[in-house]
Every structure is written in C-alpha cells, then in structure tokens.
Design a protein. Structure first.
Lengths: 279, 417, 305
C-alpha cells in the first residue's frame, strides 16, 4: 500500500463533507419512513417528529398488507432482474470485448449502432414490441420482460465495458496468445476478471431501472401471477392517493427490498472493484 | 394392460377437467378506476357471478395517468381485455372508428338510457352507441359544516354571497377559505372553470352554441367565469401555486380549509377521511333569481373489445351493467358516481343525495370542452387547464386567456363542418 | 494487436448474441415506429406524407413553440446536471477513494440510496418536503432564520425547472460517483507512489495525476448524462403531471414526446407527430453522441495498466 499520509484537518473536512451529503441523500427517505409509522393527523401536524406513543400507528401498513401477494411480486421482480442482468453482462461484455480488442471494418460504426438504443426512448417502440410478444406467445410471461430489459441494458453495458476494456494491458493478452490461449480463453480467463469493477458498476446501473420500471410490466405482463413488485405497489399508490398513511407505507415497503438488493450487490461491487484493480 | 388403463384414466380425467374448465369463461375488464378495485372485487363481481354461473370476471385496472396509453397499446397489439372502460367522447369515439370497440346500439339494455346519457359514447350523429353508460359526476362546492356553524355562515346562493362568505372566513383566519391549488392544473379547469361556468354560459344553450359557432370564447358569458376565477386567488392557501390535488384533499379533510371546489367523485373518499360534517352547495348564480345550471358530466361507461373471443358472454355482462340492479349497486357502492339510467335510484349517502337533488332544481349540462372541441391541435381542454391555472395565479388576464383559447380553437375548428 | 490473415470468426461469435437480441427487440421496433414520422393519418390508414410532419413541427407555431421551449428547457436541465451533479459526483468519489478514510462503505452506500429509488418515490418525497402546505422546507428554513427565502418553487415558472433539475441531480449523483470511484480505484499504486517520490501529494496529486487518468471516465459520464437528460421525463411526469406545469415551464423533450405520442385526457395519441418528435430528439442526441465518439473519445489519451 502507498504511504500516502492524510492531514488530520483534511480528514475532518472530508468527514464533514461526506456527513453533510449523506444527510441530504437520506433525508427524504427518512421523511417517508418516519411518517409511515404515524397517525394521519400527526403526519400533517409535525411531519419531522419521530413517532411517539401517542402518534404511533401501523394503520397504513395494515391497509397495504391486505392487498396483493407481496412475496410473489417480490419473487417475480427478483427473477426478472437477476436473469436480465446475467444476459446483459454476458452478452454486453462479449460485444464490448470484440469492439475494444479487434480492429475490423466498421468497428466504430458497430459501436455507434450498439449505442443507438439509448438515444431513443424505447417506450415509443412499445406497440411493435407488444405485437412481437403476442405473436410469440410471450405476453404475461417473465420472459417478455427479461428479453426487453436485456435489449434495453445492452447499449449502456457495451458502452461502459468497452471503455474499460481498452485499458486492459495488451502485453498481458499477447502473453496469453503466445502461451497458446484461444481468443475465448483470453476473454473469459484474462480480461473478464480484470474488468470486474466495471461489470459490477454496469450491474448496479442496470439493476435500478429494471427493478423500478412500471411501463413494461404494465403492458407486457400485467397478470397477477407475473406482476412485479413495482407494479404491485403502484396499484395502491394510485388507489389511496388521499390516504397518505397507506401511500407512505406502500412507498416504504417499496424502498425496502431494493435497498436490501443494493446492499447485497454493493458488497459484490466493492469486492469486484478492489480485487479487480491491478495492484 | 394395467398401465394402459391407468394412462387412459389419466387422459380421461385430464380431458374432463379440461372441459369443465372450458365451461367457465373469464372476462377481463380494462379500467382506469384502480380506486374501485375493492368495490368490484367485493360487491359487483360477486353479485354478477352469483346470477350468471359460467362467467367469471377479472377486474384489471391501471393508473388513470397511464390508462389511455396502456389501453391503446394493448388494443393495437391484440392483448387487451374483453371489456373496455370507456372515457367519454373522442377518446372512445376514436377507438370505435378504429374498429376496436364493438357497436352496442342493439343491446337490449340500451333502452334504459336517454340520448343525453348516451351522448358521450355515440357517434356525432347519434346513430350508433358503443359503450354502456355507467355514471356521471356533478360539480359543486363541499364545505365544512362545523366551520360554517362556528363562523355563523349560510350556504351562499349568489356570487356576491359567495365572496362575502369567503371574506368572512379569511377575516376570521382559523380556516383557509378555499382548498385548491394550481400545481396539477386540471383542478383549476375542472373544479374551477367548468364548475362555475355553466351559470354564465347557460349550460347546454351556450355549449351547443359554441360548437355551432354562434358564440365565441371571447363573449362576455365565456370570459365571466375566468373573471370570477381571477378573484379566487386571495382566498387560496399560502403557496397554492405548488399545492397539488392530494394536498387540497388533505387540507380540506383535515379541517384546515372551509370550502372545497369539488366533483362529486370525492364523496366516498372524503366520507372516510373527514371527521366533521360535510355539506354541499351548487355553484352560486350571478344574480338573485337566476336559473341555475350544474355540470352533470357523463364520465364513465363500458364497452366491448371487438376482438373479444367471447362476444356472447361479454354482451350478457354489458346488458347486466345496463340494468337497474347494477345502477343501484354501483351508485351506492360509489356515492358520488350517479347512475345515468332512466330508472330513479335511491341513494343512502346524504351528501351524494344532496348533489343529485340539484338535478331537480337546476339544468344539467356537460363540460364545454369535451364534445368535438378538443379534437384538434391545440387541444382546447389542455389549453383550458393551462389558462385556468394562469388566470387564478394572476399570470394572465381573463380577457387574454379567453382570446388565446378562441384563437387556438379557430386555428383548426370551423363550425358546421 | 496483430491482424492475422485467417478469418476471425471469434469476432462474430463475440458480437452475435448482443447484436441479435438488441436488433430484434430494440432496433426493429424503434425504427418501425420512427418510420411513422413520414406518414400521417389518411382516409384509410396511414398515408405517406414525406417530410410534412417535420414541416409542421418546425413551421406551425403551435408545434414549433412547444418544441423549442422543450429543447431550451432540456439544455438548461443538462447544464445543471453538468455543473452540479458531475462535479459533486467526482468530488465525492475523490474523497471516498482515499484508502485511509473510515466508514467509506457506509457513506458510499448512503449516498447511492437516492439513485435506487423509483421516480414515484422521489417525486412524492420531494413534493412533500417542498410543499408550502405541510411546511417541512419552510420550517427548516425558519429554524436557520431564512424563512424569507422560501417560495413555492415547484409552482413558479421561474424556479420549477431548476428545482426539478436539482431533484434529479440529488437522485442520480450516485452514478458519476460510482463510475469515477471505480476508475480511481483502478489507478495502480505504483503510479501514485512514483508521483509521491516527486513530491506530488494531496490535491496536487488529484489534479496532476488522477484527473488526467480518469478523463475517459469523465467523458463517459458526460455523454451518459447528456443522453439520459435528453431522454428524461419520468421525474417531471411524477412531479408536475403531463402538462409539465406551470405553463409548460418544466416541459422537456421527453415530456413533449410522451404527451404527443400517447395522448392524454382528451388529447388523442398521435403516433405520427410523436414519431416526428422522437426523430428530432434522436437527431439531437445523435449529433451529441457523434461529437463525443468522433471528436472527443478518439482524442482522449488512454493509459493501459
């Protein structure tokens, strides 16, 4: 490790800056979660106060829990997110490697082609996508969502991963080639482990829009058995728009799983980052 | 042999189970009323299924903001449900013209509805009707009875009395006089402009004259509602510019505001939230003794997806929706949504009964922008939202707003064509 | 890399899965829709009208006024992200990447939390906080004696867009932070140690050594911010509704497109004009991305470790 020294004053300033920003980042979440545990009148009287014996109430959660199969919704969201992420990372890394590693005709054009998808909102292609899913019988299956999210996530994955792959040392790869490794082995055994930080980053970036998406679940898979958590909880966000106890509880419940998921992924992310860096 | 028998039995039982399943037809209902989910699940669907064995219903609502986009995408791709909840006027007419909604003119139950009730879901010439009318909503003002009693106030009959009442509430300072904000814009137009307007433009007379081109939005009768709206500003809560629709609902139901410019659809929600007694008065008339007009707007209907695989069962359900039995069930399950069928329905809810009683005293009309006039670009309804909000905030004068609306309308609409 | 004369099938193998899935599920549906920009509704179905929809979009004041308004608002939305979101993200990443910093994991997780929230939650929470009615923001300003600074920001034409942009910055600052953080961590220690031997430490090390090394990543976050901002609309939908009030002051290209394409309330969806707007948006974004790909990306010096 380096011998970088840090001045105590600098350290204090760094902590101060981070603490301030952390407070800013968490404050709105705090407001929602705290108020979800309060009786309706108390929400409006003292929105910042912690619930006390008098104002504590679980009425919102009771209302919300009566509706829908939350565990099932959660499972659907998990399957869709994890499977789509797997395909995005695998296909995306392969394509990114081809673009970053080999000089061939139309390389830049291919890069541009693969980036087109993030330049047009995919929702305007909804009808064509839905027609395709109806024709193939995939409507109301999780596969419809997995396919769309995979396609949707690829441009960003290729974009970020190819940038990182350009930074992998040529010497290493050429050494591999001299040792007789095939191009596939070079990719899977040498390059992929080195870009793990970028892979983890791409995973987290793609996870969020997939998990939070409302549009495609609503169109492609609205049936009860394949409902995602976001779609499931959205129903009563609309339904109880005036019943803020229920709204706040529903929102708190929607925050929780994605937080847990992120904490799990973020461990991988950091482990990936630290072990991936060439030290 | 044994093995074979076993297989045969298995096969037979599977087939039997299959055919037993096939007897039950499940109809899916597309709707934007996700608020009504529990009412459909607990009351309407069981009532229908009890009297119609073999038909099952699945109520599948999406949020109002997304409904049109979601429904149109599904219809285009062929994955929409059997029954389609119909928005009034052009949104549904376009679906009918596009061959997505079936013609229901010959449905026996249609005889239960007047032409006015069917107007929202008929072709312009009235020759074909494609949705069964379910309910209308009425505009007016809901008020906090306790607050009125405390301040010694009476329901205002005229505009002058109305502002006198508002002045008194403001002077006292305990309550915000009126709960409305302009952040979401539509309340300004719907609960503002369309609520108070019919008294000035004389309901149906003015509305049809506007469509025929005999009146303009710059005429005094059409500017007057904007002039009244401009006066509302002083009586709204602090920071009303950023006040949202749920904010307003909560301000009123928590007892912090005295008057709520309302649509009758609020009743069922407010009943559960307010712990004071509520009353309601119709929009005050300009002068003592004037004939009063109310916005009794056809709001919701239900039609048949032309591509449904079960047209017979779907029509059976629609005929039931047209029956007095459904009207009674729906009106009482959802106080504030008033049945459109000719049969009179007794309402249990006093506030809803108050609203519906205005039908006897005042002349009914529908919202001025809904029929024909919002077909082009710029869209008159959208422009009216914007203009009403701008006028209330004082960012635009009533005359300028009216002139802008008229100019936008003229740019694409030629009456009589 | 040496070019060998034999056919290099592995390139095709590496590209094929991504290209296939992406082409079938994104490119074909998208361009099938964009094609509609050249059509309009006729007596029986769609009629080819050439560029007439674009003539309407840029020539008819009803449309062009909205389009330019949305484009200008969108540029401002982007400027705020570039000036606020990315510097804050880089600064946070720089502080966090100090290996001696304690609780770094905690901070990093906390600061990333807004990014994982859905727009529904973000819109609701900030409307609640900034609401003049429920008084969270006014009371907090009051506590520090600055109550006079409060105004209903989301409801005012002058401040609505900036407020929404800052909310969006708050939500997405985690993205540049994470990318830069990953980039900073992948700088080999030898490089920094060598610099230290030359007496370059602390902020000087950041400016002179680390910043040039992470320039490619800054390039990526800039272009990602650009693309995301010019496609954005969810937050404004959740907070201000379809008409992007007040008086269209928070209307950006995405909200304009969505409103036109899918319709709303009494306005019927118009896939033809909607596709024309989408094509125009696509043009704007494509120009920006090409500038980046051919103008900047090829010139950035990259260091291989």
């Amino acid at each position: 490790m380096s011998t970088a020294r840090s001045h105590p004053l600098n350290t204090a300033a760094a902590h101060a800056a981070l603490i301030i920003y952390t407070l800013i980042a968490l404050f709105p979440v705090f407001v929602i979660v705290v108020n979800s545990f309060k009786a309706r009148k108390a929400i409006f009287r003292e929105p910042l106060a912690l619930p006390d014996a008098e104002s504590f109430s679980l009425i919102g959660y009771q209302t919300v829990m009566k509706q829908g199969d939350f565990f099932g919704y959660f499972q659907n969201s998990m399957i869709v997110t994890v499977v789509a992420l797997f395909f995005i990372l695998l296909f995306g890394a392969m394509a990114a490697f081809a673009l970053a590693e080999y000089r061939f005709k139309g390389n830049t054009l291919m890069g541009l082609y693969l980036a087109l998808g993030i330049m047009i909102p995919i929702r305007i292609g909804t009808v064509a996508i839905l027609q395709m899913m109806v024709a193939t019988g995939l409507v109301n299956t999780l596969w419809a969502l997995i396919l769309v999210y995979t396609a949707q996530g690829l441009p960003l994955a290729v974009f970020i991963l190819s940038e990182f792959m350009r930074q992998v040392s040529d010497d290493l790869k050429n050494a591999g080639r001299i040792d007789g490794l095939s191009e596939y082995a070079i990719f899977f055994r040498l390059v992929l482990p080195l870009v793990r930080p970028a892979m983890a980053t791409v995973a987290v970036f793609n996870m969020i829009p997939i998990w939070n998406d409302l549009w495609f679940p609503l169109i492609l898979a609205p049936a009860e058995e394949v409902k995602t958590l976001t779609l499931g909880s959205q129903v009563f966000i609309g339904q109880f728009v005036t019943d803020w106890n229920a709204v706040l509880s529903a929102l708190s419940l929607a925050i929780l799983p994605v937080m847990v998921l992120y904490v799990i992924f973020s461990r991988q992310l950091i482990r990936g980052i630290t072990s991936g860096a060439v030290k | 042999m044994n093995y074979r028998t076993f297989t045969a039995t298995l096969l037979a039982s599977t087939l039997l189970a299959g055919s037993a399943m096939a007897q039950d037809v499940t109809l899916t209902i597309e709707s934007w009323r996700n608020d009504d989910l529990s009412i459909w699940q607990d009351q309407i669907i069981p009532a229908f299924e009890a009297s119609h064995p073999g038909i099952k219903l699945n109520f599948a609502p999406s949020a109002p903001a997304e409904y049109n986009a979601v429904l149109n995408s599904k219809l285009d791709a062929g994955s929409a449900g059997d029954l389609i909840t119909c928005r009034p006027f052009d949104a549904s007419l376009a679906l009918y013209d596009g061959g997505k909604l079936a013609d229901l003119t010959d449905l026996p139950g249609m005889a239960n509805f007047s032409d006015v009730a069917k107007s929202g879901w008929s072709t312009d010439d009235g020759s074909a009707t494609f949705c069964v009318p379910m309910a209308s909503v009425i505009h007016g003002f809901i008020y906090n009875k306790d607050a009125f009693a405390e301040l010694g106030l009476q329901e205002p009959k005229t505009v002058d009395e109305f502002f006198a009442v508002l002045d008194k509430i403001k002077e006292d300072g305990t309550y915000i006089p009126m709960a409305m904000g302009t952040n979401d814009q539509w309340e300004a137009a719907t609960m503002g402009y369309q609520n108070i307007g019919p008294n000035y433009w004389k309901g149906e007379d003015g509305r049809t004259a506007l469509i025929k081109g005999e009146q303009k939005l710059t005429d005094a009768d059409w500017v007057a509602p904007f002039e009244q709206l401009a006066r509302w500003k002083g009586y709204l809560g602090e920071g009303f510019e950023a006040q949202t629709y749920p904010d307003s609902q909560n301000l009123f139901t928590l007892g912090r505001a005295a008057i709520y410019p309302a649509g009758s659809w609020e009743i069922s929600g407010f009943n559960g939230l307010a712990d004071f007694e509520m009353g309601a008065f119709p929009p005050p008339v300009p002068n003592e003794g004037d004939e009063c007009y109310i916005s009794d707007h056809v709001d919701i209907a239900i039609g048949m997806n032309k591509a449904t695989e079960h047209p017979e069962e779907t029509r059976t359900f629609l005929d039931w929706v047209a029956s007095p039995e459904f009207a009674k069930l729906y009106a009482n399950a959802l106080p504030g949504f008033f049945p459109l069928s000719n049969e009179a329905v007794e309402l249990d809810d006093p506030l809803a009964q108050e609203f519906v009683s205005w039908r006897d005293e005042c002349k009914s009309t529908i919202r001025s922008t809904y029929q024909i006039l919002s077909r082009g670009t710029p869209n008159l309804e959208n422009e009216t939202w914007n203009a009403s909000a701008q006028v209330i905030k004082g960012e635009e004068s009533p005359q300028d707003a009216a002139a802008r609306l008229q100019q936008g309308l003229e740019s694409w609409y030629t009456p009589g064509q | 890399m040496t070019d060998r004369p034999r056919r290099r099938w592995h390139i095709a193998v590496f590209l094929a899965p991504a290209v296939l899935v992406y082409t079938a599920i994104m490119i074909i549906p998208l361009f099938d829709t964009l094609r509609l920009a050249l059509f309009n509704k006729g007596d029986d179905g769609a009629v080819f009208v050439g560029l007439r929809n674009f003539a309407t979009l840029f020539g008819d004041p009803n449309w062009s006024r909205q389009f330019w308004n949305a484009l200008i608002n969108n540029c401002w939305f982007f400027v705020i992200h570039m000036l606020v979101q990315n510097p804050i993200g880089i600064a946070l990443a720089a502080i966090l990447s100090n290996p001696r910093l304690r609780f770094a994991g905690l901070y990093r997780t906390a600061i990333f939390v807004p990014t994982i929230l859905s727009f529904v939650i973000v819109g609701f929470a900030w409307k609640l906080i900034l609401s003049p009615i429920w008084g969270i923001a006014p009371n907090m300003l009051d506590a520090v004696g600055l109550k006079s600074l409060f105004s209903p920001w989301l409801g005012k034409e002058s401040s609505a867009l900036t407020t929404l942009a800052l909310i969006s910055v708050w939500q997405f600052v985690g993205i540049p932070m994470m990318l830069i953080y990953a980039a900073l961590l992948s700088i080999p220690d030898e490089v920094l140690e060598a610099a230290e031997c030359d007496g370059i430490t602390g902020w000087a090390a950041f400016w002179k050594i680390k910043l040039p090394l992470i320039l490619p990543s800054i390039g990526i976050i800039s272009i990602l911010t650009f693309v995301a901002n010019f496609n954005a609309f969810d937050l404004i939908y959740a907070a201000q509704g379809t008409l992007a009030g007040p008086d269209f002051s928070s209307d950006i290209l995405g909200t304009f497109l969505y409103r036109t394409f899918f319709g709303f309330q009494l306005q019927l969806g118009d896939p033809y004009m909607g596709s024309a707007i989408a094509s125009a948006m696509f043009g704007v974004i494509l120009i920006g991305v090409c500038l980046y790909l051919f103008g900047i990306q090829t010139r950035i010096r990259r260091y291989q470790f």
